[in-house]
Design a protein around this ligand. Structure first.
Ligand code: NAI
Length: 343
């Protein structure tokens, strides 16, 4: 019998439970050897245990070092700090890998195949923010401090180059704003050049792009890029942008990889506008599960899952509403499961 792999499962908020159930159905059909430890976080964690990141959830991931999670809601403005950001910090998940590929031919952009590698624990996401009161306005001034370190930049850049070479990518583009934020993103650019010259020159091509121009070029001609590596905030924005090139957030998976654990998810959030309606597209999380299978050395299962999704979308033409189809989450899932089981 195949050795079981212990993994933490967090259903998450909003559409989370719907797309997690769909993904589990696909993984069951593949007979993926995961042994799930179900935990809670986000709004669901707050409601059921009084804590958006309960100690039992942290303990579970500490033990399994592997998790699949649905999106976690974070209140905007006030309220609790993002459980996603805290998970990344807690388990030093410094690399956020977000690959996108055109899944349905005939759209606005054909043959897009890009990877965004985002620094996940530094930059402007540290939460070093505060307001200053002037007279009777408590929010008269807002301040934020970003922190990027040489060591943090180096480990992310090395991850990105290693991943790009191992997966046969053509080029790595370093995305920055070192012309304006000369220290904060200058250190990232400078370190990239050092790392490249020392270890990767001659093994893969590298170039650089300024974030604003890069965003425009991605819209005009995404094919000039291959792997984009950047700091936390820019990576967050660019990965949604590239998801838009391949049909939207329903198609984009994400892996958070670090020294202590790896957590797999969809790039999108809890989608409160469609939660509970049975219409969410589970593809992004299913593709996240495929990245998890790759991570566990089970690439043949990962490739079967990707092939089943491709056949469902393109041969069977079963598509959810966000892709212009009419299928419900469960109808789409049943079609993927059928493809996995019957080919
Ligand atoms: P969102 O990604 O949840 O939704 C943006 C738009 O995309 C909505 O119109 C939504 O209906 C659509 N969409 C998202 N996923 C979809 C799917 N699977 N199928 C079909 N349509 C889909 O972004 P929003 O509304 O800004 O954030 C909602 C909540 O999610 C917030 O509390 C935010 O903090 C949280 N969030 C959590 C993330 C995570 O856990 N990794 C990532 C991003 C946001």
């Amino acid at each position: 019998m195949t050795q079981k792999i212990a993994a933490t499962l967090i259903a998450g908020d909003g559409v989370g439970p719907e797309i997690v159930d769909a993904t589990l159905a696909a993984l069951d059909a593949l007979q993926a050897p995961f042994q799930w430890d179900r935990q809670v976080a986000g709004m669901e964690g707050l409601k059921s245990t009084g804590d958006p990141l309960p100690p039992a959830t942290l303990e579970s991931i500490r033990h399994t070092r592997l998790a699949l999670k649905g999106p976690l809601e974070t209140p905007s403005g006030g309220g609790y700090r993002s459980s996603n950001v805290r998970l990344r910090e807690e388990f030093k998940l410094y690399a956020n890998l977000r690959p996108v590929r055109t899944a349905i031919p005939g759209g606005r952009y054909e043959n897009v195949d890009l990877v965004v590698v985002r620094e996940n624990v530094e930059g402007l996401y540290l939460g070093y923010e505060h307001f200053i009161q002037i007279d009777d306005d408590p929010h008269a001034v807002a301040m934020a401090t970003g922190v990027n370190t040489r060591q943090g930049s180096r480990r992310l850049l090395e991850f990105a180059f290693e991943h790009a070479i191992a997966t046969g990518r053509r080029k790595v583009t370093i995305v920055h704003k070192a012309n304006i934020m000369k220290a904060l993103t200058g250190i990232f650019l400078e370190t990239a050049q050092q790392v490249y010259d020392r270890k990767y020159k001659g093994r893969i091509e590298m170039d650089t792009a300024i974030i604003d121009a890069c965003a425009m070029k991605l819209v005009l001609d995404p094919w000039q890029f291959d792997t984009l590596v950047t700091t936390n905030l820019f990576g967050d924005i660019l990965s949604d942008l590239v998801a838009g090139l391949v049909g939207g957030l329903g198609m984009a998976p994400g892996a958070n990889i670090g020294t202590d654990a790896a957590i797999f998810e969809a790039v999108h959030g809890s989608a409160p506008d469609i939660a509970g309606k049975g219409v969410a597209n589970p593809t992004a999380l299913m593709l996240g599960a495929a990245l998890m299978l790759d991570h566990c050395g089970l690439s043949s299962l990962a490739n079967r899952l990707r092939a089943a999704i491709d056949q469902t979308l393109n041969a069977d033409k079963v598509r959810t509403r966000d892709l212009g189809g009419t299928a419900s989450t469960s109808a789409f899932t049943a079609a993927v499961v059928k493809r996995i089981t019957h080919g």
